[in-house]
Design a protein around this ligand. Sequence first.
Ligand code: C2E
Ligand code: MG
Ligand code: MG
Ligand code: MG
Length: 288
Amino acid sequence: EAKAGGRNQYRVFDETMRNRREEELELLADLREALRAGHILPYFQPRFAPGAQRIVAVEALARWIHPERGVIMPADFIPISEKCGLINQVGLTILEQAVRQRCAWERRGIDVSVSVNVSLRQLCEPDFAATVQRILETCGCAPARLELELTETLLLEENLVVARNLEKVRLLGIRIAIDDFGTGYSNLARLNEMAVDCIKIDRSLIQGLPRNEEIVRLVIAMCSFMQVSIVAEGIETPAMAEWAQRHGCHELQGYYFSRPVAAAAMENLLLGDAGRAGVALPQGWRPP
Ligand code: C2E
Ligand code: MG
Ligand code: MG
Ligand code: MG
């Protein structure tokens, strides 16, 4: 009886595994097709500088616009892209479209920088830096207007190809940001050595405020010491925005200002027409 139950359970487990594998393969085939069809594109979320009272940068965030299933979020296709080697193509199409969009905005008199997420696998490609350079040249984009967001764990990489790529993009004048700071393992000496331009404090730290005030203040003090620009991620309330600004964060990013939106909506927001954008910068928000 128990044995039979056990065997049945095993079979159920086996079938679940097989279904999952089949689903994955189907998803991958769909993703390849989506890449070909141009259904993988960047949404944009503003990075608001309280000092300047304006959007100084936008982060490109990948979305899969599926003809039947609607908008598919990164959590549902980035991890599997990483696993199966499709992340290079996903990352490349986002980078290309984001830079092109930024330059189209520039031609219309809107000056914003763009930041793009980069995965370790992309940096393992020997020609990554050359590819980025080609994209910038094709669009006529100033390298200083592009920021690459990397995770702190990536800095621990001993891989020579990764190190060379990082050095090359830095030499081109492209900015480097450390994303989700405070969630991974940091090598502070390496961080200092790398002379990164920007640190984005992870939203889990920001949303733990004011309970974890001491630790966030310590992170901010460390960034100031390294003369690194500080972005507070995951700002959802006026209280968080106020705290982050008062404690020296240079840029604020989060749902309080705007969710990530499609390029057309972002353009309206950048032109100051929040209503048409379907997103609103906080009404009457003034820095303290
Ligand atoms: P990330 O780079 O840390 O991006 C920030 C994520 O937090 C975004 O989720 C954004 O929508 C979300 N977010 C922003 N403000 C708030 C807030 O106030 N509250 C909350 N709860 N969330 C907020 P999204 O777009 O789902 O992206 C998730 C992650 O997927 C990104 O985290 C990034 O690691 C990865 N990703 C997205 N696009 C790309 C890409 O083109 N390439 C690579 N390699 N990774 C990407
Ligand atoms: Mg990011
Ligand atoms: Mg982040
Ligand atoms: Mg993240």
